[in-house]
Design a binder for this molecule. Sequence first.
Ligand code: NAD
Length: 378
Amino acid sequence: MLIGVPAETVPGEKRVATVPAVVEKLVKLGFSVAVQSGAGDAANFADDTYRAAGAEVVPDAATLWSRADIVFKVRPPSPQEVGLMREGGMLVGFVWPAQNPELMQQLAARKATVLAIDALPRQLSRAQKMDALTSMAGITGYRAVIEAANAFGRFFNGQVTAAGKVPPAKVFIAGAGVAGLAAVGTAANLGAIVRANDTRAEVADQVKSLGGEFVKVDYEEEGSGGGGYAKVMSEGFQQAQRAMYAQQAKDADIIITTALIPGKPAPKLITADMVKTMQPGSVIVDMAAEQGGNCELTVPGQAVVRHGVTIVGYTDLASRLAKQSSTLYSTNLLRLAEELCKAKDGVVNVNMDDDAIRGLTVIKDGAITWPAPPPKLP
Ligand code: NAD
């Protein structure tokens, strides 16, 4: 079967779904691979490196989509791209079926089979090698700290210099899931004093092991909802949390927010009043910007200055590290391809009896199969 890799079309998206090193491995699995000319340019993978790895380079998107049996993509396809797709073809990539009902209908009308990498049952340990949400979150957490350091006018680490003593920066991280923990580790490695909070108290040890201090909200309430994810907390908890965050905001030089609740708008944790209490030159990086933001003053996609504080609301943090994110993402897709093609004969078998494959198959031969029943845990 022919796997096609188009250039991403969302403006500013620099990632590519397959890198040359993964092309070689797909060829070993028996697949042919076609890449749209220039698809890897923004991630520093030139056409020639794809050719050297065994891919065919095709000139345009229309040729690519019409010939491919399976399309590997990063972002959900646009209506135009769905229009180019071969009837009965297969699509693998981020789809976000809950947020994109029209796209689901368009893909179903093409009689497509669609594997949404964002619908992978992450709680299955054997699914971890395919978990692109975790790979991307690790990168965005790292990049959030780099963006913060870039916007901050001081060192992260404390220094004693001939010109005077410099205190370490204080970083507060709201939400310590995959991205938040990556931010804790990165900021601690740069030498900052790092504190973090999450409604799921079980992450406290992980924060500590990465060099941070876990700060508790003074209110007893279990924060875990279904599948290890967060839930909306009671009004009482939220009040106590706001009081604690107000204290942290006064003290912190940098706040990085990552708090998300599946299927809900991002919780507003940093109010405009809290921003006013921060020192001029402080920085907030709001990683929840795309889902409405954790800070009241965030402008999605932009860095703005409010009350002397730089508030970074970039929604393309993974794309800003395009070579790294493309490499990890395409390795996640390779692991999926290995699961789909156990015979290594270049033919995929979408086994709906396999919990991991069932979970991410959101459309099968034109029939919408999302949401999947919960997987059976061992
Ligand atoms: P996410 O991006 O949905 O949320 C980010 C973090 O925000 C979470 O840790 C959440 O608890 C926190 N949060 C939500 N509301 C908050 C609030 N009001 N205040 C403070 N924090 C708040 O989550 P994610 O990083 O994709 O994953 C969350 C968790 O899911 C992981 O940390 C892990 O425990 C679990 N997970 C499990 C597996 C697995 O079992 N293999 C794989 C991936 C993730």
